[in-house]
Design a protein. Structure first.
Length: 336
C-alpha cells in the first residue's frame, strides 16, 4: 500500500471547503494542514478534518507536506504556485493561474524547469459523460471532427461582488469550455469571435457581460460555437455535441433522478440540476484522485497541466479582446 500524500490546503472559502472534504475522504491523502487569510476559518476547517491550522510560510517550510492545494482567491494563485513549486511541493492549483496572461506566462516559465508535478483545476474534464465523448472521439467513431457546439448556462446569477472580482465571463466561466474544446479535439483554437451583453444583470455592463456567444476556428479547420449565460430560468444546462464526417456524439444536459409522468395529453419529465455545483461536484474528487494517482507514479491521461492552463487562458484573452473590439481576434500562441 502506498504512503498517503500529505496535503496542505490553502484557502477555506466555498471551493476550498469542497476540496477539504475531498482531501479528507481520499484514501491516498492525509489532509495535514489548512491555511486561510482568516485564521479562525482555517482553524474551524482543520478541526472538522483532524488537521492543523497553519500559515502559508509554515506549510512551505514543512518537511511534513508533500503537496499543496491552492483554493484561495484568484489574485493569490500565481505567487502561491510559484512559492510552492520552488519549495518542492506538488501543486493542485485552481484556475486561472492569474488574471494576467503575461503574469501566468512568467510564472510558468519560472517553475516549469523545476519539473515539480502541477495540475490546474479544469475539473470539467472529469465529467463522466464528457469522458465518454472523448473516448469515442479517439476511437474515430464519427470520423473527422467538423463542428463542435457547446453550451454553458448557469442557473443563478452569482453575487455582484463575485462578478466584480472574477476577471469576466471569458476568464471565469467560458475558460472551462476553452479547455474542454482543446482536450476533446486535441487541437488548438486559432481565431475567436465573441458577442456579449449584460442582459440578466444590466448593472455589470460597464465591466462584463452575462450572456455571450463565441465562434472559433481550430487550427485543423473545424469550427466551434459556445454560448454562455449566467442565469437561466430552468436549471443548470451544460452540453457538448461534436459532429464529424461519419456522425455526431453528444454529452447532454443531465436531469436529476426521477420518474417521467405520462398523464392525459402531457408528459412531465424530471428537470435539470438546479445549480452548476450539483452537476460537477463529483468531478472535483475525480480530478483530485487522478492527481494523487499521478503523484504515486501512475500514468494518468488527460491530467490538465500548466500549458493547458496557459492555453485556455490565451483563448479567454482573445475572446475578451473580441468582445471589446467587435471583431475576430487571432489567439497568440507564440509567447507561450
Amino acid at each position: 500500500m502506498r504512503t498517503p500524500q500529505r496535503f496542505a490546503l490553502i484557502g477555506c472559502g466555498f471551493i476550498g471547503q469542497v476540496h477539504a472534504a475531498n482531501l479528507a475522504a481520499h484514501p491516498g491523502v492525509t489532509l495535514a494542514q489548512v491555511c486561510d487569510i482568516d485564521m479562525s476559518r482555517a482553524e474551524a476547517v482543520a478541526q472538522q478534518y483532524a488537521a492543523r491550522a497553519a500559515s502559508v510560510e509554515q506549510v512551505l517550510k514543512s518537511d511534513a507536506i508533500d503537496a499543496v492545494l491552492i483554493a484561495s482567491a484568484t489574485p493569490t494563485h500565481a505567487a502561491l504556485l510559484e512559492q510552492a513549486v520552488q519549495a518542492g511541493k506538488a501543486v493542485y492549483c485552481e484556475k486561472p493561474i492569474d488574471l494576467s496572461l503575461q503574469r501566468a506566462r512568467d510564472v510558468v516559465e519560472t517553475i516549469s524547469p523545476l519539473q515539480v508535478p502541477v495540475t490546474v483545476g479544469f475539473n470539467r474534464r472529469f465529467d463522466h459523460s464528457h469522458q465518454q465523448l472523448k473516448a469515442q472521439l479517439k476511437q474515430g467513431v464519427i470520423g473527422q471532427t467538423e463542428l463542435i457546439q457547446m453550451v454553458c448556462r448557469a442557473s443563478e446569477l452569482p453575487p455582484l461582488s463575485y462578478l466584480q472580482a472574477s476577471g469576466g465571463q471569458m476568464r471565469d466561466q467560458a475558460i472551462h469550455f476553452f479547455d474542454l474544446l482543446r482536450w476533446l479535439t486535441e487541437d488548438e483554437v486559432s481565431t475567436v469571435g465573441a458577442l456579449g451583453a449584460a442582459l440578466a444583470m444590466p448593472e455589470i455592463r460597464d465591466f462584463d457581460v452575462d450572456t455571450s456567444v463565441l465562434i472559433m476556428r481550430l487550427q485543423q479547420g473545424a469550427l466551434a460555437q459556445l454560448d454562455n449565460t449566467r442565469r437561466t430560468a430552468y436549471g443548470y444546462d451544460e452540453r457538448i455535441s461534436v459532429m464529424g464526417s461519419a456522425g455526431m456524439l453528444a454529452s447532454e444536459s443531465q436531469a436529476v433522478r426521477g420518474a417521467t409522468l405520462y398523464q392525459g395529453t402531457g408528459i412531465t419529465q424530471p428537470g435539470l440540476y438546479t445549480d452548476w455545483f450539483s452537476r460537477v461536484k463529483e468531478t472535483y474528487y475525480t480530478h483530485l484522485d487522478a492527481f494523487v494517482r499521478h503523484l504515486g507514479g501512475e500514468q494518468v491521461e488527460g491530467l490538465p497541466g500548466l500549458i493547458d492552463g496557459l492555453r485556455a487562458q490565451a483563448i479567454a484573452e482573445a475572446a475578451q479582446l473580441s468582445l471589446t473590439r467587435g471583431e475576430f481576434v487571432e489567439v497568440e500562441w507564440v509567447k507561450i
